[in-house]
Design a protein around this ligand. Structure first.
Ligand SMILES: [Zn+2]
Length: 219
């Protein structure tokens, strides 16, 4: 179990706040404001475009460095900032529901950290409620938060699972991701048919019956 961090997460009680993602640990951006990050990325992205021979005087390209910088910081990589961790309220499990709860077909859009190209797919998650349950949209928000970081599918799978375990207070969590990587489809081997499947089975989901039940529910 990872130790919880109190680092800048106003949305959760300190003991529930997951630690920053691995990708963040060596980052220098912790002390920077969004505006500072956007200014730095705008500057460097303009250099990349110039190196490619693009004419930044062209009206269509002129604002691209600013657009890309804002998109990186405020949207597609906003999950790098731990302060953007979603507020996830949980409720007492008053109905005593103890069967598997499956949330399937959660849309996944992220970027591979090796090529900065999109990874597009579906995430299926499940848990056995213990003392507490979460609002269903909160699981989508958790997936979206971790997807908004440059990723590898393996780490994303574990982050979602561990995030659910910490927020829901149970080890009985399963995650299944099937995704297409554009870095495989559009370059390199240029394979548009293959997809990548990753999974995580915690607690009761390590048992064959529970695991099978989950896999049948998401197929
Ligand atoms: Zn890649």
């Amino acid at each position: 179990m990872r130790t919880a961090s109190t680092n800048g997460c106003p949305a959760l009680k300190p003991e529930l706040a997951p630690e920053p993602p691995l990708a963040l640990l060596h980052s220098v951006q912790l002390g920077q404001s969004d505006d500072e990050k956007i200014a730095a990325i705008r500057h460097h992205f303009a250099k990349i475009m110039e190196a490619l021979g693009l004419d930044l005087g062209n009206a269509s390209l002129r604002d691209t460095p600013q657009r890309v910088a804002k998109m990186f910081v405020k949207e597609v990589f906003s999950g790098l900032d731990h302060r953007n961790f979603p507020a996830i309220t949980t409720f007492p499990n008053t109905s005593g529901y103890g069967e598997m709860l499956v949330e399937k077909n959660i849309s996944l859009h992220t970027f591979c950290e090796h090529h900065f190209l999109p990874i597009i797919g579906k995430v299926h998650v499940a848990y056995f409620p213990g003392q507490r349950i979460a609002g269903l949209s909160k699981l989508n928000r958790l997936v979206k938060h971790y997807a908004r970081q440059p990723q590898v599918q393996e780490r994303l799978t574990v982050q979602i699972a561990e995030g659910m375990q910490e927020v829901l207070g149970t080890a009985d969590v399963a995650v299944y991701i099937e995704a297409d990587h554009l870095c495989v489809a559009s370059r390199g081997v240029e394979d548009t048919k293959s997809s990548t499947v990753t999974s995580f089975f915690g607690g009761r989901f390590k048992e064959p019956l529970e695991r099978q039940g989950f896999l049948e529910a998401v197929k």
